[in-house]
Ligand binder design. Structure first.
Ligand SMILES: [Zn+2]
Ligand SMILES: [Zn+2]
Length: 165
């Protein structure tokens, strides 16, 4: 298993469909969520959203700029979705809880999305029934505590973002 040493040197490039916006994740993500909530189903028009959680300063624009759209969210705290101003494809979101410090990068916008499979399936209670999770996949009915699930290296990175009071 790769440690933070390897993760620190990983990069992941992505962008929108019209290619006006390009970005780079400058390390591996903290964690990858496959979210089966009804909100993600509606917003993707599909069955789930695949989001790579990463520190905001580890996502750099390499071309173009994003338009940030305030959008309601399940939590009631709202989310801010960064979209290409031209083709309007959504590239990442910031949610109420993580504020501006954590971006939820939409894995499907990466050039090589296969490199980031989900670490956990969340809101599995509203999973569309034809979606069959792989044997052994970690899944929770709703949400979870990162302190109980994330690897130590990701928790250490989170502690830098959100220092204990
Ligand atoms: Zn575009
Ligand atoms: Zn969701």
């Amino acid at each position: 298993m790769a440690g933070e040493g390897d993760a620190a040197h990983q990069t992941h490039d992505g962008g929108c469909t019209c290619r006006a916006v390009r970005y780079r994740m400058t390390s591996a993500p903290l964690f990858v969520h496959c979210c089966h909530c009804r909100w993600c189903q509606r917003e993707t028009g599909a069955s789930f959203a695949l989001n790579a959680l990463i520190e905001a300063d580890r996502v750099v624009l390499t071309a173009g700029a994003v338009d940030v759209v305030d959008t309601p969210s399940n939590s009631g705290k709202g989310q801010r979705i960064a979209r290409c101003p031209t083709c309007r494809v959504a590239l990442w979101s910031n949610y109420g809880g993580g504020g501006d410090k954590v971006r939820f990068v939409r894995v499907g916008t990466l050039d090589e999305p296969d490199r980031l499979p989900p670490d956990i399936h969340i809101y599995a209670a509203s999973k569309q029934p034809w979606v069959v999770l792989p044997p052994g996949a970690r899944a929770v009915p709703e949400y979870y505590k990162s302190s109980e699930v994330w690897p130590a290296a990701s928790l250490a990175r989170r502690a830098v973002l959100f220092p204990p009071a």
